[in-house]
Design a protein around this ligand. Structure first.
Ligand code: B12
Ligand code: SF4
Ligand code: SF4
Length: 378
């Protein structure tokens, strides 16, 4: 039996689901938007750290119409990337690295952008109007927009929580000049829970619903270009790309389902890779391993930096040789992280002897600082 409808939203939703989106909802673009003031506070407090583009685009980011005046409505799309296994289990395997769920498959930006363009093309052919499509990188506050459309609500960890998919939802949006009726927003349903705030290894939440990105492991391992500040290195554990702790503990995940899209499923090689293997990646091997993966964006040196911090936290003496080899790496970032790893793994006297033998020949100030500042564990 076919259903007939005069509401364009039903047709758009059906097309979005056909194209592989898991949720599709609508909102108007009203002037009043509390998110603008909160973004300004976030930037004023410097919580964006080195993500200078957040401050540079803050004016356009504050409201969808500040970015595109012609926008009348937003279509907000969700793509479920629910994991098939417990994402925190790898944290118990210190000789292996934890890559966050969102980065264990193909790059979601590519997967979603393609679908948004398909949906946009269909929408224009069917209903006309102008439109722009977005996923992640544009100056648009995607979570408040999605909350307004009723895709879910911003939980205490600031991410959008979905009643149907829990924490594991990527967001994409289409702004259009069409006037489409709005769906109802989703009220906040965290109740008295604060599991995500309590689990955070680096205490990155100054208050519920607020994140200091400078303390978040996702920022530290992905966005920060230089050495990760010493105060956070032990808390990284074996997390080498992003972090899922606050997402994974959310009780709403009892409704989560494994991702429909095969391209977003975890590649076997990225589920719990051995730190020893990762520490041996050169540029070419790094690019090959992370082909089509979001991880490739940070480049080999920053990635091996993260691997070395995890080696330092591993307590595994057999990894000493890997860190020692990297004391001669061409990248000062890698050499500096190797110094720290050895300061954690070697007994105090052995590290002191290594320092006497090696520190004086180091000409790069950043690495010399690591030798000077490294405090051996034992
Ligand atoms: C910058 C950024 C980051 C930064 C900063 C994150 C942050 N929370 O701001 C870093 C690098 C740390 C990061 C990490 C991650 N990110 Co990110 N990130 C973004 C990006 C590009 C912009 C976010 C932004 O504008 N932040 C600025 C702050 C001010 O905005 P906000 O987080 O919405 O903050 C609101 C609250 O603080 C709230 N608020 C403040 N006070 C109060 C008080 C009350 C009472 C209330 C109700 C609200 C409230 O108001 C603010 C404005 O609405 C978006 C994509 C986009 N264009 O939107 C993706 C995005 C948010 N990231 C995403 C993901 C998946 C992640 C990670 C899970 C990845 C990982 N596994 O490592 C982590 C999660 C960490 C976390 N707990 O937030 C997804 C989230 C999907 C979802 N379901 O929510 C997005 C939407 C990308 C996408 N298109 O799918 N990210
Ligand atoms: S992603 Fe990890 S480090 Fe960042 S806020 Fe969540 S639990 Fe804390
Ligand atoms: S863990 Fe608890 S407080 Fe955090 S988002 Fe989920 S329900 Fe809300």
């Amino acid at each position: 039996m076919t259903t007939s409808t005069s509401d364009p939203r039903d047709l758009i939703r059906a097309e979005a689901l056909r194209l592989g989106f898991d949720l599709c909802r609508f909102t108007d673009i009203d002037e009043a938007w509390p998110a603008a003031g909160r973004l300004a506070q976030f930037v004023e407090a410097g919580r964006h750290g080195e993500m200078g583009w957040m401050a540079e685009t803050a004016e356009r980011r504050r409201h969808p119409r500040a970015m595109w005046e012609g926008a009348r409505s937003a279509i907000v799309l969700g793509v479920n990337y629910g994991p098939e296994h417990d994402p925190l289990a790898v944290l118990q395997q210190p000789e292996r690295g934890a890559i966050s769920v969102y980065a264990q498959g193909d790059d979601y930006h590519e997967v979603i952008k393609g679908r948004l363009k398909q949906l946009g093309g269909w929408l224009q052919a069917r209903f006309g109007g102008e439109l722009k499509v977005f996923v992640d990188t544009a100056p648009l506050l995607e979570k408040p927009l999605a909350e307004r459309a009723g895709v879910g609500w911003q939980g205490r960890h600031t991410n959008l929580v979905s009643r149907e998919f829990g924490s594991w939802l990527f967001l994409g949006s289409i702004l259009t000049s069409l006037d489409l009726a709005a769906d109802a927003p989703e009220p906040m349903a965290c109740g008295t829970c604060r599991a995500c705030l309590d689990v955070c290894p680096t205490k990155a939440f100054p208050a519920p619903f607020q994140l200091d990105a400078r303390r978040c492991i996702s920022y530290l391992t992905i966005e920060l270009k230089g050495p990760i500040p010493r105060e956070f290195r032990q808390a990284l554990g074996n997390r080498i790309y992003g972090c899922d702790d606050c997402l994974a503990v959310c009780p709403w995940n009892k409704f989560a389902q494994a991702a429909r899209e095969q391209k977003l499923h975890a590649r076997e090689a990225l589920q719990a890779p051995a730190l020893a293997d990762l520490s041996r990646l050169d540029d070419a091997a790094f690019r090959e391993l992370f082909r089509k993966s979001p991880v490739k964006r940070i480049g080999r040196d920053r990635f091996v930096r993260n691997v070395l911090y995890a080696i330092g936290n591993s307590g595994q003496p057999q990894l000493v040789a890997e860190a020692e080899r990297l004391l001669d790496d061409a990248s000062p970032l890698v050499r500096g992280a190797a110094v720290w790893a050895l300061s954690q793994l070697l007994p105090g006297a052995e590290f002191a002897a290594l320092r006497s033998a090696r520190a004086a020949s180091e000409t790069e100030p950043q690495v010399a600082d690591e030798w000077a500042g490294a405090l051996p564990e034992g």
